[in-house]
Write a protein that binds this ligand. Structure first.
Ligand code: FAD
Length: 393
């Protein structure tokens, strides 16, 4: 089988790319390891940046999020020294998030791609990308009977996340900058209405807790947990008690409880692959760079990079010249490093990182965190900086 561009992965990056390539008249096929129903129901991100909405709007891909999304522009910090709210939607550039679950966005993108006649194969895992240093790379998969299948391409777009075939197929000279923050979160999805009308960040001696609305009946919570602790180590009662404690229910009132419908442990780590072009293999989304979830940048970077990559691939194919692809790499990396820098700052704001906790005897870092929060509470210039970076990519 063959296509000008073989796209690996049907997440936000792969499906935005597929749609934009189709619109540009580029022949492509998307290969996805999971089933259709899995990608349509996989709950992950929810906070879309204004630039993400602008990109989707520009390409006529935002109808669903305009119908079902909700503007959001407030976050609330709860600390031992009292709480404060930041109406970030009215600070910085005056921009807000749109809350729209990632699985809904993926479903919209898939529907549009298929309605326009796009080719996609589900339950098709790419094993490797071959001959990336040539003008005729190919991808290997298997058919339902286990027989090998070869997909010839002009370019391969690796949008298959951090554990995908694209990363495994990188040449030895590809550099992967990796940083482990050393903390972990128990990520929870509760069948319960939001408990506050803001994103909630609780900075507590027992560890971080977070609250993010996903819809009227579903809320995402995070609890910092010990590295290596299994997701099922916590009973539902213990989860809610701990959330109440860290979110300071005594002061603010108890959280609205409900069944925990999904849970998983996320180790907060980040990395950047450099460059994003390796001959005829291009990386986008989590395959290009992983950001810790503290600042909610991952899905937004994925859409931004897919937009840039679609333009670069169309130009490279039209002119038979890969210069646009080198520019794609340089341009995307500038955005990626900005997002990484803010995520690093945010992670340091919300946690005692390893070696910084009070039990380790270090009050110094707790003092720095306190000063950072105090500055954010009182300095309009700092608040503007926060707002601009928080909603930006
Ligand atoms: P993915 O969405 O991971 O898609 C990759 C696709 O490739 C998958 O469908 C996978 O099945 C497929 N695949 C993998 N390997 C192969 C293979 N070998 N062959 C074929 N297909 C393959 N980001 C935000 O911006 N805001 C948030 O609020 C936010 N919250 C998050 C909460 C959680 C719990 C998690 C886990 C992530 C969150 N993120 C958030 C990050 C965001 O979900 C990711 O950054 C985003 O999904 C990246 O999109 P992608 O298309 O690059 O990768």
């Amino acid at each position: 089988e063959s296509a000008d561009v073989v796209v690996l992965g049907a997440g936000p990056a792969g499906l935005v790319l597929g749609n934009l390539l189709m619109a540009a008249g580029v022949e492509c096929v998307v290969l996805e390891r999971a089933t259709r129903s899995h990608i349509r129901t996989r709950a992950r991100a929810g906070f879309l940046a204004p630039n993400t909405v602008r990109i989707l709007d520009r390409h006529g891909l935002a109808d669903g999020l305009h119908r079902g999304g909700r503007s959001h522009g407030t976050c609330e910090f709860r600390t031992a020294d009292g709480g404060f709210r930041l109406d970030y939607g009215g600070l910085g550039r005056g921009e807000q998030h749109t809350v729209y679950p990632q699985q809904n966005l993926v479903s919209d993108l898939l529907e549009r791609y298929e309605d326009d006649g796009g080719r996609i194969r589900f339950s098709t895992e790419a094993f490797a990308v071959h001959d990336t240093d040539s003008a005729r790379p190919y991808v290997t998969t298997r058919d339902p009977d286990g027989r090998p299948v070869r997909w010839d391409a002009r370019y391969v777009a690796g949008c298959d996340g951090r554990h995908g075939a694209a990363r495994r197929s990188l040449p030895p000279d590809a550099v992967r900058h990796h940083h482990d923050h050393g903390v972990s979160w128990l990520g929870l999805l509760a069948q319960a209405p939001p408990s506050l009308d803001a994103v909630g960040y609780a900075v507590h001696d027992r560890g971080f807790a977070g609250h993010m609305a996903r819809g009227p009946h579903v809320t995402r919570y995070y609890l910092q947990c010990r590295r290596g602790s299994p997701a099922d180590a916590w009973s539902e009662e213990r989860i809610w008690d701990e959330l109440d404690l860290r979110m300071r229910a005594e002061e603010y009132g108890p959280l609205r409880r409900g069944p925990i419908i999904e849970r998983g442990v996320v180790d907060l780590a980040c990395d950047v692959v450099e460059p994003l072009r390796h001959g005829s293999l291009l990386l986008a989304g989590d395959a290009a760079s992983l950001t810790a979830p503290a600042a909610a940048k991952g899905a937004n970077l994925a859409v931004l990079e897919a937009d840039l990559l679609a333009g670069a691939l169309a130009e490279a194919l039209r002119r038979d010249d890969g210069a646009a692809l080198d520019r794609y790499s340089a341009q995307s990396l500038a955005y990626i490093w900005r997002a990484q820098e803010f995520t690093q700052w945010m992670t340091g704001l919300l946690h005692a990182l390893p070696g910084q906790d009070r039990s380790g005897g270090s009050f110094f870092h707790a003092g720095l965190r306190h000063a950072r929060l105090d500055s954010l509470r009182t300095s309009r210039a700092h608040q503007d900086w926060f707002a601009e970076n928080y909603v930006g990519v």
